[in-house]
Design a protein around this ligand. Structure first.
Ligand code: KIV
Length: 244
């Protein structure tokens, strides 16, 4: 999985064999220049989803529901998810733990495929006190496993897990029967995701520990993305230096 926000990059992802394109609300940071994902609107996500879908013929497209577009109630979430599917997404992603399970059940029983997002949840950055590694204590890791189980029992067919110790990423992947896509969660996850701009070394300041610049020593964006796909598939990314 890799994020993309427009038709050209989506087409490149398709060409190099990225299985899943995430239209992430990270667009608020890398496209719009905000300090967090919180200002992103559902309309922004829908616009970029349409752009990505227009450039894609093979990859599955997941639309990230924006902050405020699903938390209030299952009905609100359903309306947002329906708009995302109408924009061409095949699945929606929502951040949240056990509390979100009833919403996931509401959506999945009504035909909306759902990807959960546990661990570091950037839409909760202020509640979490910053972008910090999650699941570091035994209690916190146990709570994360309960979150993952609750979401999958409610019908989530994929999970993203962000910024957790490698052992927690591995335990979580073993605990559920759906693909677990890690970002800063170690190589034992079923798959990996990176923000496109991170994978190409386009970020102001110091890169996060879990990021690798695949454009280094390559002469095209296409070869960098192909290298990302190859490194995820052969297990060489993430390496120990990318893990918590
Ligand atoms: O918005 C996003 O790009 C994401 C990924 C970092 C998983 O949620």
């Amino acid at each position: 999985m890799l994020t993309a926000y427009d038709a050209s990059f989506a087409a490149l992802c398709d060409r190099v064999g990225v299985d899943v394109i995430l239209v992430g609300d990270s667009l608020g940071m890398v496209i719009q220049g905000h300090a967090s994902t919180l200002p992103v609107s559902l309309a922004d996500v829908l616009y970029h989803t349409r752009c990505v879908v227009a450039g894609t013929t093979k990859a599955m497209v997941v639309a990230d529901l924006s902050f405020g577009s699903y938390q209030a109630s299952a009905e609100v979430a359903y309306a947002s998810a329906a708009a995302a599917l109408a924009a061409g997404a095949h699945m929606v992603k929502m951040e949240g733990g056990e509390w979100l399970a009833p919403t996931v059940a509401f959506l999945t029983t009504r035909g909306v495929p759902v990807c959960g997002h546990v661990g570091l949840q950037p839409q909760s950055v202020h509640a979490l006190g910053g972008y910090r590694v999650q699941g570091k204590t035994q209690d916190a890791a146990g709570a994360l496993l309960s979150d993952a189980r609750a979401l999958t029992l409610a019908g989530a067919s994929m999970l993203v897990v962000e910024c957790v110790p490698r052992q927690v990423g591995a335990a979580l992947t073993a605990a559920v029967k759906v693909p677990v896509i890690g970002i800063g969660a170690g190589p034992e996850c079923s798959g990996q995701v990176l923000v496109m701009h991170d994978a190409l070394g386009i970020q102001p300041g110091r890169a996060a520990r879990f990021v690798r610049n695949f454009l280094l020593e390559r002469d095209s964006i296409e070869s960098a993305l192909a290298a990302y796909v190859a490194a995820v598939k052969d297990g060489s990314f993430p390496g120990p230096e990318h893990c918590f």
